[in-house]
Design a protein around this ligand. Structure first.
Ligand code: TYD
Length: 217
C-alpha cells in the first residue's frame, strides 16, 4: 500500500526520534497537559509492556539473541497486538480517547531499515494505519548520545554510528509521507527542554483544536 493511500486514525498522535531525542520526557508532558485540560487520553509506547514487547526488550538488552529479520517481525507483531488487541489503540480511540504513543511504524522503518534493509520493515508495516499527527524530534546524535550516556546500561542500537544512520533513515522514511494525509511536525530537539515542550504542546493542541499548557496554542 502506498504511503498516501493509507488510512488515518483520528486523535492518534505519535512521537518519534533517535534514542535520547527526548520523546519519553515529552510524552509525560503531553500526558500532564491533556490531564490538566480534562481530555480523556491514553499514554503508551512501543515496544509495549505486553509479552511481545517484553521479549523485544530482552533482545534489545542483549539477554537473548535474535537475527535482525526476527526482530523486525517481533516489532510488527507487538504493534499488531498494541493496535488491535484488548484495550489497545483502536479500542481506546473508539471510546473517544486521544492516544499518544512513544514510537510506532516509523521506528521500524528507521531502525530496522538500518539493521535489515528497507524492504522487510516496509513490507511488515505497510498495512498499519497512520496517526493523525507525527511529531519528529530531530536532534544531533552526538547530543542525544551524550544524554543517553548519563543513563547507564545501553541497548543494542545505542551507539553513535548506528544513531547517525538511524537519523538518516528517519529522514528518508518520513519523506515518503510528505504531502499525504498525516500531519508531520518536526521539532528541533537540540533546543532546551522547555522550548521543545512549547513546540510539542502547540503541535498537539493544534491537531486537537485545543489550547494546551497555557501557551495559547
Ligand atoms: P525506547 O523508546 O528507547 O525505549 P526505552 O526508552 O524504554 O529504552 O525504545 C527502545 C528501542 O527500540 C529504541 O532503540 C528504538 C527501538 N525500536 C526499533 O528498533 N523498532 C521499533 O519498531 C520500535 C518501536 C523501537
Amino acid at each position: 500500500m502506498k504511503a498516501m493511500e493509507r488510512s488515518i486514525l483520528r486523535r492518534f498522535i505519535v512521537l518519534e526520534g533517535v534514542d535520547g531525542a527526548g520523546t519519553t520526557t515529552q510524552l509525560t508532558r503531553i500526558d500532564e497537559a491533556l490531564a490538566a485540560a480534562g481530555v480523556p487520553h491514553w499514554k503508551t509506547a512501543e515496544p509495549t509492556q505486553r509479552p511481545e514487547g517484553r521479549l523485544i526488550r530482552s533482545i534489545l538488552g542483549g539477554e537473548i539473541g535474535a537475527s535482525p529479520g526476527t526482530v523486525a517481525h517481533l516489532f510488527a507483531a507487538d504493534r499488531n497486538e498494541h493496535l488491535y488487541g484488548s484495550l489497545g489503540i483502536i479500542e481506546r480511540l473508539g471510546r473517544g480517547e486521544v492516544v499518544v504513543c512513544d514510537r510506532y511504524i516509523f521506528s521500524s522503518l528507521a531502525y530496522q531499515g538500518v539493521s535489515c534493509g528497507k524492504e522487510l520493515p516496509a513490507k511488515l508495516n505497510s498495512g498499519f494505519p497512520l496517526p493523525e499527527l507525527l511529531i519528529f524530534f530531530d536532534v544531533e546524535p552526538s547530543l542525544s548520545m551524550g544524554r543517553i550516556g548519563q543513563r547507564g546500561k545501553r541497548e543494542i542500537y545505542e551507539e553513535l554510528p548506528i544513531q547517525e544512520r538511524v537519523r538518516e533513515a528517519y529522514g528518508e522514511a518520513l519523506a515518503a509521507f510528505e504531502g499525504g494525509p498525516m500531519r508531520i511536525v518536526r521539532v528541533d530537539a537540540n533546543l532546551p527542554l522547555e522550548e521543545v515542550n512549547r513546540a510539542v504542546l502547540a503541535a498537539v493542541g493544534g491537531a486537537l483544536g485545543l489550547g494546551l499548557g497555557g501557551m495559547g496554542a
